[in-house]
Structures are given as C-alpha cells and as structure tokens.
Design a protein around this ligand. Structure first.
Ligand code: DOR
Length: 448
C-alpha cells in the first residue's frame, strides 16, 4: 500500500542543495520526509505547484517590528503578517525597541507577545548596552534569542556602544556570533552639521560617509580579532568595506540589503525624499556596483531587509530630524527575484543568501534547505509574473513601500511554515502559529 502524507507539494520546480529539478515533496508532522518523482506521492492535503518554484523558506535576519507598536506603528503581528505575505517564513527581530530589548525579562516578554500573534517563526536579538555587558553570555542563550546586537553608531532608539573598550568587553563575554551596526559614532556626531546645513536627505550619504562606515568596520574587525569572537557585519554599504571584509571572512560574515542593491543616490533622495533615508545610507552607483560584485564573488553571506517602517507622518518632518528606515520584509523576495530574472544573480545564489546563509552563519536548526528531516518551510514563487508592487499591497502598518511602482517579474504565491499553509494567493490563512526559531548553539538546554 502506498503511503499518504499529510501534505504533498506536487510537481514544483524545487531548489535543493543538489540542484533544481521537478519533484514531489512529502511532509509529515511539519517535516520533509520524502521526495518523489512528479505526481508520484499521495497527500491528504496537496499543493499543486506545477509551473512554480519551490524554494526553501526565506529567513530575514534583520527586521524591526517595534513591539508594542501603536495605531499606525508596526508591531510583531503586523510585521509578521507582512513577512508571510512576502514569502518569508522566519525573522530575526532587532532590539532597538521602546523600551530596549536588553534584558531577560524583555526577551521573555517578546516571546510571550509573539505567541499566537506572529504569522512566521521568529528569534529576537538582545541589545548590548554599557549596563548589561556582564550579562551578555547569559542573555545570548535565552530561548528564542538570535544573539547579541551591537550598535556602534546611533540610529533609531537609544542602544549604543560607541567606544572600543566597551566593544571589546561585549565581544569578550559570550560565544555566539554578534551582529553589529558598524558606523563610527564620534564621526557621526562631528559631521551631523553637514546634514543640518543641507536640510535634505541627499546629504545623508555625505553625513554618514564612507569613512564613517569603514572606520567602524575596521575597529570592529580589530576587536573581533583581539577577542577571537565571530561577528556579523550588518548592512554593508560601501565598496571599501566589501574590499576590506573579503580578507576577513574567517571571522566575519557580511550582510547587505535589497535597498542597497536596488536604489542609488542621488536619484533615490530626489525621488523618494526622506522615505529613502536609512542607516547606513543608500549610496552612489559605484557602491551599488561593488555590492553586486561582492554578491557574485561570494563575499556577502546574507541578505537582510532591515525592515524598519516609519509612518509617512514621521517621514514628513524636517531632515535630519526625520527617522531612518524603510519597510522591506514584504518586498525582499519579489524585488530580489526580479534581479534574478534580470540576470544579476542566480536563483541558487539567492537561496544561498536568504536560506543557507542564515543557516550557516547562525546555526539554525531544521531551516535553510529543502532536505529530509528539515522543517517543511517553503517559499513558493511564480518566476513568470509581471506585476507592479504598490503601497496598497503592503501589510505593514506604515502602508508604504519605497518600491511603489516597481515592475516585478516574480511574486510570492505561497508561504508554508512547518507544513502549514500560512499565505496563499495574497491571503493569510488560519491563525498565526509562528514559533521560536531553534539554534545549534543553544539546543538542548532550551528543549522541553
Ligand atoms: O535605517 C535604520 N533604521 N537603520 C537602523 O539601523 C535602525 C532602523 C530603525 O530601527 O528604524
């Protein structure tokens, strides 16, 4: 008698570590348990995926969901809805919330708030401050924690570790990979007058210039070497940092964002004004070209969206008092797959950047590839869809996207998480059932 699986994803073009082929995938109890020739597997529930690509579930390792949010302010529920709508199965959420996520109670509070409200699987960073340096080795091992995040330069919120002494203390106290926002705070302070004088976001990449980023990244790598601690350099934006980091891949993983690959200065500031304002900034075309080169040379490990929504009302203030950040979790997949269709990177490299890359850098358990025994997480996409991204598609409470009017050639069709269909054809299905992501570094002590 042939077996019947709880779910069969039938006849899709599946992207596995072994290559791209058309096959059936059998799922039981939320895990991948079988592969079969097209049409060969029976399921209680069958997802007909003919003509569609079945990717491993996309993980976005940098989002700001800002719980507790507010009427027009993002929260864990709305941010995760946007993620699921965009084909994302899991997120790492940042600690620069109000109040900051910098202690065990705050981490626990986020997990409690996430339960029953988040559509996607999740982990939370704990922010380093000069008050919790002694506790970081404990905090990084809390359930659902993706590790420590350090802001070397100030951005939204009050988290900051600006000097080398504290940076080294933080890196000395713990073992897991530390994610770092590398902008040099003293240089930011000194140069803020440039932004104030110009009064327009076109000055943003000049205020927060190449040296601001490069100085901090060099300081970070030096501190990582002194302490022997592995680091993850978030949203790298300059040609100079990419060239430098290429020779430090033993200790540093590298992230960049779809924004830095898609938008460029000065056009984005003239077209989008403060909506294009983010930290570190979107820069001129030569940086964008170098970041693409770093994608294709393998220097970049991970693409994160840095989803950081602010309302249009907040963005309507006077630069530079306006907040930095753009929404991005929902547009990551269609924007990047449009780049795939345009020949800017291969589909395999995209999967490497948003599935295997997070798995490798952070030691995810059961996620990041389509393989037997792994979670049945799938980002199912149509690689031949001509459509236009628009503000009214956006689930984030901010209700806008810098990609309004972007002509996309691929779109997310379904988001399946641990065997459950969470989004299909632009509809969220059922109830939010996201769970904490598990990590190899903390496996065992957190089980049960
Ligand atoms: O542009 C940004 N916005 N960069 C950050 O590092 C923080 C983020 C936010 O939280 O708004």
């Amino acid at each position: 008698m042939t077996e019947t699986y709880e779910l069969v994803v039938r006849g899709g073009t599946i992207v596995t570590p072994g290559g791209i082929s058309v096959a059936d995938i059998g799922v039981n109890s939320g895990r991948i348990v079988c592969f079969g020739a097209e049409g060969s597997l029976n399921g209680i529930d069958v997802f007909e995926a003919h003509g569609l690509h079945v990717l491993p579930g996309v993980i976005d390792t940098q989002v700001h969901f800002r719980e507790p949010g507010g009427e027009h302010k993002e929260d864990l529920a709305s941010g995760a809805a946007a993620a699921a709508m965009g084909g994302v199965v899991g997120v790492f959420e940042m600690p620069n919330t109000n109040p900051s996520t910098d202690n065990a109670a705050a981490l626990q509070d986020k997990l409690t708030r996430a339960s029953g409200r988040m559509w996607v699987d999740h982990a939370f960073y704990v922010g380093a401050t000069d008050r919790n340096l002694d506790d970081l080795h404990i905090l990084e091992n809390e359930k659902g924690c993706s590790g420590v995040k350090i802001f070397m330069g100030s951005s939204t919120g009050g988290l900051l570790l600006e000097d080398d002494d504290n940076l080294i203390k933080a890196l000395n106290n713990g073992r897991r990979r530390v994610a770092v926002h590398a902008e040099d705070e003293p240089r930011l302070r000194e140069r803020k007058k440039i932004a104030e004088k110009e009064g327009h976001p076109r000055a943003h990449p000049e205020w927060r210039d190449v040296d601001t980023a490069l100085t901090a990244t060099r300081r970070l790598i030096s501190a990582a070497r002194k302490t022997g601690r592995k680091v993850h350099v978030l949203h790298v934006t300059t040609a100079e940092e990419m060239a430098y980091l290429a020779s430090h891949k033993d200790i540093a993983t590298v992230e960049t964002t779809p924004n830095h690959l898609t938008l460029s200065a000065p056009d984005c500031y003239e077209r989008l004004g403060t909506r294009a304002q983010m930290n570190p900034p979107v820069r001129e075309a030569r940086h964008q070209a170098a970041i693409w080169q770093a994608i294709n040379d393998g220097v970049v490990d991970i693409l994160g969206s840095d989803h950081a929504p602010h309302t249009l009302q907040e963005k309507a203030g006077d630069y530079p008092a306006t907040p930095s950040g753009m929404p991005g979790v929902q547009t990551l997949v269609p924007v990047m797959l449009t780049h795939v269709n345009a020949g800017k990177l291969s589909l395999g490299r995209f999967v490497d950047l948003v599935c295997s890359g997070p798995q490798r850098a952070f030691g995810l358990v059961g996620k990041g590839r389509i393989a037997l025994g792994y979670d049945a997480d799938f980002t199912i996409v149509d690689m031949q869809a001509d459509w236009e991204i628009s503000d009214d598609w956006i689930m984030s409470k901010c209700s806008w996207t810098p990609y309004h009017g972007f002509k996309a050639t691929a779109r997310p069709i379904a988001t399946i998480i641990r065997g459950q269909q969470v989004m299909r054809d632009n509809q969220l299905l059922g109830q939010p059932k996201g769970e904490p992501i598990r990590f190899q570094d903390t496996l065992g002590r957190l089980e049960g």
